[in-house]
Each structure stands twice: as C-alpha cells, then as structure tokens.
Design a protein around this ligand. Structure first.
Ligand code: ATP
Ligand code: MG
Length: 283
C-alpha cells in the first residue's frame, strides 16, 4: 500500500487507537494491508470509503474480533490482548454501536440499557436504575425507560442503542453506520449527539459513515479507506479541498476512476498504479 506523508505536526494527544502495519484477511482475501493509523484521544474521526473497502473490518479488528495476519493494534494505550479474559476486560472499555440497533424486543427500553450493567457489574438495583436514567437522559429519552422497543421510531431506537453502548462509560466509542435508515433530521440528531457526548464525556469517537458531508461537519479528522488501505488521513477541510483523483472519485460519486470495485475474487487486481497523494496542508 502507498503510505501518505502526513506533514502535520504530531498530535500532542496520545492515540486512543493505533494501527501499525496491520493486515487483515477474510477467508483467502487480504482486505486490509499495511494500515498505519493513529486516532488521537478526544477526537471525533469519520471513516469514509466505498462499500466493501474494509471500514467495518477495520473496526472489528480494533475490538479483537478479527485476527491480524500482520501488524499490531493498541487500544487505549494497551496492545490488543490475544487471551480472552484480558480481551473481554478491554472490550468493556469500548462502546460499539453497530448498524442495526440490536435491542431485545421483549425487554423494556430501560432493561435494554441496563443489560451491560447487569452482565458486568454488581451495582445495587437503585443505583443501576439511576445510571440507566442518566444515560437515557443523555440521549434525550429520559421518559422512555418504560416503553417497549416496538414503540420507538428508528431514530429513537438508535438513541437507545447509543445509551446502551455508553452505559459502562467506555472512553472509546466505535460507530458503524449509525445513520443507516434514518431521515435527515434524525441523522442530524444522532451526529450532534455523537459530537456532544464525545466532548462532554471526554470520549474518543470513530464514526463509519456513508454520509460524507454530514459526517465531515462534526469531525475533527477524516480517514478514507480504499484499495485495501488508508488513502487519506487528515482534516475534513483538507479532504474537501483535495484534488487527488481517487478521493475526488469517491467524494463526487463518479463511477469510473482509480477506486476499484472490491469484491470476493478481486485479489488479482494491482494497486500499484494508484496515484500518490499530494501532501495535505497543515491542520
Ligand atoms: N464475514 C466475511 N467473510 C469473508 N469476507 C468478508 C466477510 N465480511 C466482509 N468480507 C469481505 O471483506 C471486504 C470488506 O468488508 P467490510 O464489511 O469491511 O466493508 P465495508 O467498507 O464496511 O463496506 P460497507 O460500506 O458496505 O459496510 C468485503 O469486500 C468482503 O468481500
Ligand atoms: Mg461496513
């Protein structure tokens, strides 16, 4: 993979998530190769890229759900453990919001949010209920604890899932397509929440999204995944201004260009002809 020179001064914030020379295979395919990436603590980073490029794979690798073929990943300053017990302990410190909400329909909203607390802590019931109420309040659904998930709109459902992902106070939040299926207003609400929760709770957030403009609007940094690696890592402004043909193809949504259509069996494709990116201006 071509590595992109990053002329920006190194961030003074420690990395909450660091990939070094990471390669991930799925089946016989190399999905990501030579990935070097550092996500500064306290930042909101959007991860963009064409479908099938490996964005979710990047996230699953960060939680230790996928083995690495090469390289290493550090999460919150620790190398990703290979043994299960320390891996599970580290995962409690990572809040993950997947594309579907994953709420259990036969439990109330409050009990859905309480699930991780019941599984991982021994909080007395009264305290547990207070924590649940606080998290529902944080996502603007203080009154919803007694409702059933079937009584919620899509946007409300996503906010309950967000409250549940936050309930163990994880310092790192990973969002995989949190906006899918939501109308523009609900998308705005969720993105605004992601930004505000990041800043008020002092989190680090990584948001995979196809919603380029709205995602960039709340982000400190943008990362573009394509052609098996990271093809951009910089500020939203630098991405918008980029004249690189590969990035322009993605940003402008044009079908033909240097981004190859990625599919199982496409491994014979060469990425050697991918153009080098110009240096990004200092942030
Ligand atoms: N469970 C799996 N087994 C084998 N290959 C897989 C599996 N999941 C994904 N892949 C392959 O890995 C590649 C990257 O998939 P990934 O889900 O990371 O893409 P993505 O960038 O998140 O795409 P999207 O934007 O559509 O969610 C895909 O092209 C697919 O061929
Ligand atoms: Mg995905």
């Amino acid at each position: 993979m071509t590595t992109i020179p990053d002329p920006r001064p190194p961030s003074t914030a420690p990395a909450a998530l660091r990939f070094s020379g990471v390669e991930v295979r799925r089946g016989q395919r190399t999905v990501l190769s030579g990935v070097d990436l550092a996500i500064p603590a306290g930042s909101v980073t959007v991860v963009l890229g064409p479908s099938g490029a490996g964005k979710s794979t990047l996230m699953h690798a960060a939680t230790g759900a996928l083995p690495l073929a090469a390289g290493r990943i550090e999460v919150l300053g620790e190398p990703l453990p290979t043994r299960l017990r320390p891996l599970f302990a580290l995962r409690r410190r990572i809040g993950v919001l997947l594309q579907g909400s994953g709420l259990l329909s036969d439990l109330s909203v409050g009990e859905n949010v309480a699930l991780p607390l019941r599984a991982h802590t021994r909080l007395p019931e009264a305290l547990l209920q207070r924590v649940v109420a606080m998290k529902l309040n944080a996502v603007g659904l203080a009154e919803a604890a007694g409702l059933s998930p079937q009584q919620l709109s899509g946007g409300m459902t996503r906010r309950v899932a967000l409250a549940r992902a936050l309930v163990l106070d994880p310092p790192l939040m990973l969002y995989d397509e949190p906006l899918t299926g939501l109308d523009p207003i609900a998308c705005g609400v969720i993105l605004d929440l992601i930004r505000r929760l990041n800043d008020t709770l002092g989190l680090t957030s990584v948001v995979i999204t196809h919603d380029v403009e709205d995602g960039l609007a709340i982000a400190d940094r943008a990362v573009v995944v394509a052609n098996r690696g990271i093809v951009f890592d910089g500020t939203p402004a630098a991405l918008r201004d980029s004249r690189d043909p590969l990035l322009r193809q993605f940003l402008d949504g044009t079908p033909d260009g240097p981004i190859a259509f990625d599919y199982a069996g496409a491994d014979r494709r060469s990425t050697a002809s991918r153009p080098a990116l110009p240096p990004e201006p200092a942030a």
